[in-house]
Design a binder for this molecule. Structure first.
Ligand code: ASP
Length: 359
C-alpha cells in the first residue's frame, strides 16, 4: 500500500476518537465568551480580609449572604432592563452603602479621632471618564457624588468640604454625621485605642496587626448590553486610620479602573499597597500589553505582586465579553456574581463550593 493510502486508513480509524476528544474537552469560562457571544455581566464585592470559617455567627453569615444576593440581583436587574453598566454598579453599591454590614456609607469605620471619613470612585470603560470623592463626612451615598463629579463637573477628584458643597449644589443627599454611627464600628475603634495606648498613633504597622481591620469596602463591575464596562468602589477606609488619610478607593488606577479594551476592576484591601502598585491599572495593562486573560491578570497582581510587597486584599474584574476574574490573598472576600445561566452566586470564604443563592 502507498504511504498516502496508509495515512488515509489511519486517519479514518482515528476520526471518531478525535471527534470525541474535541467534544469532551471542556473549555474554561473564559473560552466560552467571545466577540460573537457577548453577554451581560455583573459582579460585586463587600470587602476582603480575615474572614475565617466559623468566625461569623450563622445569623450574621446569613445576613451577609442575603444582602450580597439582594445587591447583585438589583444591579443585574438594571442591566436586564437595558440600563448602563454605570447604572447597575450604582444601584448595587447604594444597597451596600445603606447597609450597616459593610464598611461603606452607613457601616463606615471610624478614624483614630472618632469620625467617619468616606471615599468613593467610579469609572466608565467606554469613555474612560472617572469621578472620585474623598474625606466626606456627610454624604449619605458617596458613590452618587463620585458619579456626579464624573458627569457634572470638569474634574476627576473632589475632597472634603468642597466635595460636600458640590453635593449640595447637585442636590445629593447629606445626613448628620451621627447617621454613620454604628455600635459595632465604634466598639472596634475603642478596642484598638485601648490596645494601642502608648504606641505610635496610626502607624502602618499597627494598622496591619489589627484584627478589626476586616476591610469591608464595597465595589461592583458590570458589562451592559451595549458592550460597555464600568467599575465603582466605596469605603469608610480603615479603622483607626489617621484623620485625613486617603486610601486606594478614590485613586483611579489603584482601587478602581475601567477601559472597554481591557477590563473593569474594583479592589478592596490594605489601600496603601494598592496605591503603591497601581493595582487596578496594572491588571488592565497586563491584559493590554501582555495578552493576559482577566483571571490570569488578577492573579498575577494579587497573588504575586501584592503578595511580594506584603499587602493583602483582593479584586473583582470583568472584560467586555463578560469573562470574570476574582482574586484575593486574604482569608476571605465577600463577593457575588451572576453566573452563565443568569443565577446569583454568593461566596465568602477562601475556598467554598459556590453557594447557589435561594432565588
Ligand atoms: N481599600 C480600603 C482602604 O484602604 C479598605 C478596604 O478595602 O476595606 O481605604
Amino acid at each position: 500500500m502507498k504511504k498516502s493510502a496508509i495515512a488515509l486508513v489511519v486517519y479514518c480509524l482515528l476520526m471518531p476518537v478525535i471527534g470525541l476528544a474535541q467534544k469532551t474537552a471542556r473549555p474554561g469560562i473564559e473560552q466560552l465568551q467571545s466577540p460573537q457571544n457577548p453577554r451581560l455581566g455583573f459582579m460585586i464585592h463587600g470587602g476582603a480580609g480575615v474572614i475565617k470559617r466559623g468566625s461569623l455567627t450563622p445569623e450574621r453569615e446569613k445576613a451577609y449572604r442575603e444582602k450580597l444576593e439582594e445587591a447583585v440581583l438589583a444591579g443585574y436587574e438594571e442591566l436586564k432592563a437595558g440600563k448602563t453598566s454605570l447604572d447597575a454598579i450604582q444601584r448595587a453599591i447604594i444597597i451596600m452603602e445603606d447597609s450597616p454590614l459593610f464598611n461603606a456609607g452607613k457601616g463606615a469605620v471610624f478614624t483614630a479621632d472618632g469620625k467617619n471619613e468616606l471615599d468613593a470612585s467610579v469609572m466608565d470603560g467606554k469613555t474612560q471618564n472617572a469621578g472620585a470623592v474623598a474625606g466626606l463626612h456627610r454624604v449619605k451615598n458617596p458613590i452618587i457624588l463620585a458619579r456626579a463629579v464624573m458627569e457634572k463637573s470638569p474634574h476627576v477628584m473632589m475632597i472634603g468640604d468642597g466635595a460636600e458643597k458640590f453635593a449640595r449644589e447637585m442636590k445629593i443627599k447629606l445626613v448628620p454625621e451621627k447617621y454613620f454611627y454604628t455600635e459595632r464600628r465604634w466598639n472596634s475603634l475603642q478596642r484598638i485605642i485601648k490596645r494601642e495606648k502608648g504606641k505610635k498613633v496610626g502607624s502602618v504597622s499597627s494598622l496591619r496587626e489589627l484584627p478589626e481591620n476586616k476591610f469591608g469596602t464595597v465595589g461592583a463591575v458590570a458589562l451592559d448590553k451595549e458592550g460597555n464596562i464600568a467599575a465603582g468602589t466605596s469605603t469608610g477606609g480603615m479603622t483607626y486610620k489617621k484623620y485625613g488619610r486617603v486610601g486606594d478607593v478614590p485613586v483611579i488606577g489603584a482601587g478602581t479602573y475601567a477601559k472597554n479594551a481591557t477590563c473593569a476592576v474594583s479592589a478592596t484591601g490594605w489601600g496603601e499597597y494598592f496605591i503603591r502598585l497601581g493595582v487596578a491599572k496594572e491588571i488592565s495593562s497586563l491584559m493590554e500589553h501582555r495578552g493576559f486573560t482577566v483571571q490570569k491578570a488578577t492573579d498575577q497582581v494579587i497573588k504575586k505582586q501584592l503578595q511580594d510587597l506584603g499587602g493583602d486584599g483582593g479584586v473583582i474584574a470583568i472584560d467586555k465579553y463578560g469573562n470574570m476574574g476574582i482574586s484575593f490573598n486574604s482569608e476571605g472576600m465577600y463577593r457575588a456574581y451572576i453566573d452563565k445561566t443568569g443565577k446569583p452566586v454568593v461566596e465568602i470564604y477562601g475556598s467554598e463550593e459556590p453557594v447557589a443563592a435561594s432565588k
